[in-house]
Design a protein around this ligand. Structure first.
Ligand code: AMP
Length: 295
């Protein structure tokens, strides 16, 4: 029977019990950390975790320490019942959904994992403290879950790169998989934050993918100068006056250094505001397989 809803662990004790049972009865653990308000992007990570490990487990925790002042912590969408209903058909048996006080019983951790220079680029330039919050909570979750595998999405490119580095630099002993970026049928990258968009902003938001595609087209036509690739994207973005670009860059995939010459596998990444909503997206230049799209 695979349709039963997952068991929800609210405390670290319940989590430890659930994990012990899963390890005993099934074997290796594939872990998918999320902030909930799940969509098919998240579900694709669960599917991936099930391929990599004997069972997939999910955390749902809106981590306050990764939100900056004035960001959307209080209105971030929360829908545990809906999330559990989506996870049930995927045979997820255990979900960890702690309160903030369970994760941070003594308040915010005194010891923080900071991203170093890799945190100063792309999103890190505009969201001070964000990646320290992310890395610290992921390190704590790794300590609580002790997973064999953990799966992250390329949607959050810099996060995935930083977590890979954290695991290798700090010898955390978790295998990391970075899964493809899942898109809506019109190309918009799926995100829990898309539900903030008004109907007109939702229409404008397709410009991110259109701009990335223009950059990729330029590359496929032979452009290797990153300035030319960026300007192909910029040209598309400028035709959508409702959106404001925060950054738009061509970077290499391991450390996110800006490239001098773009090559196949270089990544064009951007952050854009549609109204008040900040959206991020990225595309691998010259990729042989397109990002998955759901109708
Ligand atoms: P979040 O709940 O937004 O913190 O995301 C949890 C995980 O899901 C992160 O590893 C994200 O990169 C991943 N994710 C979010 N949106 C997508 C998407 N559209 N495609 C693939 N992975 C995603």
């Amino acid at each position: 029977m695979t349709l039963a809803e997952p068991m929800v662990a609210r405390t670290r004790g319940e989590l430890a019990e659930g994990l012990a049972i899963l390890r005993r009865e099934r074997g290796t653990i594939g872990f998918v950390p999320t902030m909930g308000a799940l969509h098919r992007g998240h579900l694709s990570l669960v599917e991936r975790a099930k391929v990599l490990a004997d069972s997939a487990v999910v955390s749902i925790f809106v981590n306050p320490t990764q939100f900056g002042a004035g960001e959307d912590l209080t209105r971030y969408p929360r829908d545990l019942a809906g999330d559990l209903a989506q996870l049930a058909p995927l045979d997820v048996k255990l979900v960890f959904a702690p309160e903030v006080s369970e994760m941070y019983p003594e308040g915010e951790s005194l010891i923080q994992v900071t991203p170093g220079i890799l945190g100063d680029r792309l999103c890190g330039r505009f969201r001070p403290g964000h990646f320290a919050g992310v890395l610290t909570v992921v390190a704590k979750l790794f300590g609580l879950f002790r997973p064999d595998w953990a799966v992250f999405g390329r949607k959050d490119l810099q996060q995935a790169v930083l977590i890979r580095r954290m695991v290798s630099d700090l010898e955390l002993g978790v295998s990391i998989d970075v899964a493809p970026l899942v898109r809506e049928s019109d190309g918009l990258a799926m995100s829990s934050r898309n539900r903030y968009l008004s109907p007109s902003e939702r229409g404008e938001a397709t410009v991110l993918f259109r701009a990335l595609t223009a950059a990729d087209d330029a590359f496929r036509r032979g452009a290797t100068n990153p300035a030319d690739i960026v300007s192909a994207a910029q040209e598309v973005l400028s035709r959508e006056p409702g959106v404001r670009v925060q950054y738009l860059e061509v970077v290499e995939p391991d450390r996110l250094d800006p490239v001098d010459l773009a090559e196949r596998g270089s990544i064009v990444a951007l952050a854009v505001f549609a109204g008040e909503t900040r959206l991020i997206d990225n595309l691998v230049l010259g990729a042989s397989v397109p990002d998955p799209i759901f109708p």
